[in-house]
Design a protein around this ligand. Structure first.
Ligand SMILES: [Zn+2]
Length: 109
């Protein structure tokens, strides 16, 4: 048994995630017009390819993140991903605030 590289795992997961969208749409074409708010990234996303993990529903992009993270053993439960994403959101938010601050200072000067 040969060990897969991270790149190979990621490439495989991308195919799996794309396949999930296809399978969902094959089973229920109406899903293409159904949207929900992803519990992980907070974006409004298509139901096709989304997955329910515990109490969270994740969009296909986040499913890819989650499954890749599991495969690479970055984390072992969905809560860890949600927490990491919240930190990210917080960081983005902080950067946004900082850039807004810098801009208003420039205007004032
Ligand atoms: Zn998402």
């Amino acid at each position: 048994m040969t060990k897969k590289t991270n790149e190979e795992i990621i490439a495989e997961m991308q195919i799996v995630a794309q396949q999930m969208v296809k399978d969902d749409l094959d089973e229920n074409p109406d899903l293409a017009d159904e949207y929900f708010e992803c519990d992980c990234c907070g974006k409004t996303s298509c139901m096709a390819g989304s997955i329910q993990y515990d109490k969270y529903r994740l969009c296909n992009d986040c499913v890819l993140l989650a499954e890749t993270g599991f495969a690479l053993k970055k984390f072992n439960n969905i809560q860890a991903l949600i927490d990491a994403m919240e930190d990210n959101r917080l960081e983005e938010f902080c950067n946004y605030i900082k850039s807004e601050e810098a801009r208003s200072k420039q205007i004032n000067n």
